[in-house]
Unconditional design. Structure first.
Lengths: 161, 262
């Protein structure tokens, strides 16, 4: 076991890990932050997406030791400082961008990464960017709508809820 | 996954020392290696991360063309190579998905030499030079078959140098579940001729389609290859596409790549 330290959602954290400890395991089991979900554990589904130094990564396919010292943001860090939902999270609620909710943490983190680099994406760009995030309820229309609305665009013409 | 000792050197020399040890394996972005280790298809005793070495990061122009550090992520190549070598940048921007592109690296892709990976086609079609901690290897000597390269024990890629062609394009027919290339073709036109490299199709990995190179060197237009055929012998067959289907895709995608290159 070795000690790793990193910044998670603005707080300095550290913990003992094995070489094989995945970032997803460190977050969930080491830090008790279970908002990051592990769906497939094969880097297909995207439920485990978090930001490492501002970039989206699949936390099930990164070793915790390899991101020692990094700045990590998870779904637990997405709300506003007063605890209210961020614009993107609120949009998922308003537009019913989730069904069972399992994929939602990854969807929100990927969508946040998209909006950071492309603040007003087209519907095609949203769908293309989210291709590494799978919703097995197949609720894609409303997820796309939520992201579009969060970017300040009129979504009344998009697929019906 | 079996446990291992983890090392993250900050210089090429330290990485070479670490990789000289018994049971040591290089780790780059891990987007292939980590899933492979989860399946216990690989169980290194020591994993040596190459992503903490500053001199193996980034894109710059220099002698021989565009130099890309082996540990540069697909996302960075997609962005930073674009002004210099657009076809290469677009290839990098089409690998996997955004989260995979944040971690996966050019060196990792080329070292693994997956027969359906995108990057080997760019390296081979560009006639790029693979630079390792020990030597420089021309692309025609580097790729040696399925998951097989000229890399020796303890040797690792530090950078790749791409001559910049006059015109180039990569066209990939996606395998929609994996987003690897069911077949992908990279066409690069240089002053002294055209090179065409095919990934995803051949059952021995990436290869050059030399008949098309000759035809396109004489006349760089999609019509120049209309009379050519690709022999299905030597093509992959799986549930996604037969050898004959892939052979046809090679020709169709080559034509599209030539048109896209302009």
């Amino acid at each position: 076991m070795t000690k790793v330290s990193m910044t998670v959602n603005g707080k300095a954290v550290s913990g003992e890990v094995e070489g094989r400890t995945l970032l997803s395991s460190f977050l969930r089991e080491g830090l008790g932050m279970t908002g990051t979900h592990v769906g497939c554990d094969t880097s297909q589904c995207g439920a485990c997406v978090v930001h490492v130094d501002g970039k989206p990564v699949k936390s099930c396919t990164v070793f915790a030791s390899d991101v020692a010292g990094a700045t990590v943001k998870t779904i637990e860090g997405m709300a506003n400082a007063d605890g209210s939902l961020s614009v993107l999270q609120q949009s998922f609620q308003d537009h019913h961008g989730l069904q069972c909710g399992f994929c939602t943490p990854g969807m929100v983190m990927s969508a946040a990464a998209l909006l950071a680099e492309n603040p007003r994406p087209t519907e095609h760009e949203v769908r293309h960017y989210l291709e590494g995030n799978i919703c097995r309820c197949t609720g894609y229309h409303n997820i796309v709508k939520s992201v579009m609305a969060a970017s300040g665009q009129d979504v009344s013409a998009l697929a019906a809820e | 996954m079996h446990n291992f000792d983890f090392a993250k050197p900050s210089t090429i020399a330290d990485a070479a020392n670490a990789l000289a040890g018994e049971g040591a394996q290089a780790l780059s972005g891990g987007q292939t290696l980590i899933p492979t280790m989860k399946q216990r298809l690989a169980a290194p005793g020591v994993l040596v991360s190459l992503t903490g070495i500053a001199e193996m990061q980034g894109v710059c122009t220099g002698d021989g063309g565009l130099h890309i550090g082996a540990a540069t992520s697909h996302a960075v190549v997609a962005k930073d190579a674009h002004p210099h070598y657009r076809a290469l940048a677009e290839l990098a921007g089409g690998i996997g998905d955004p989260a995979v592109r944040s971690r996966g690296t050019i060196g990792g892709s080329i070292a693994n030499n997956d027969p359906a990976a995108c990057y080997p086609s760019a390296v081979l079609a560009s006639g790029a030079t693979v630079v390792t901690n020990k030597r420089r290897i021309g692309s025609d000597d580097y790729f040696q078959g399925l998951f097989t390269t000229a890399l020796e024990e303890g040797e690792f890629i530090t950078s790749v140098v791409f001559p910049i062609p006059q015109k180039a394009a990569y066209v990939k027919f996606n395998q929609p579940a994996s987003r690897f290339a069911l077949t992908g073709v990279f066409v690069a036109k240089f002053a002294n001729g055209v090179r065409v490299a095919v990934t995803g199709a051949g059952n021995d990995g990436v290869f050059r389609w030399k008949e098309a190179e000759a035809a396109l060197s004489a006349n760089f237009s999609a019509s120049a290859i209309s009379g050519l055929t690709v022999d299905p012998a030597g093509m992959n067959t799986d549930l996604h596409g037969s050898a004959a289907y892939r052979a046809n895709l090679v020709k169709v995608l080559t034509g599209r790549a030539v048109t896209a290159a302009g």
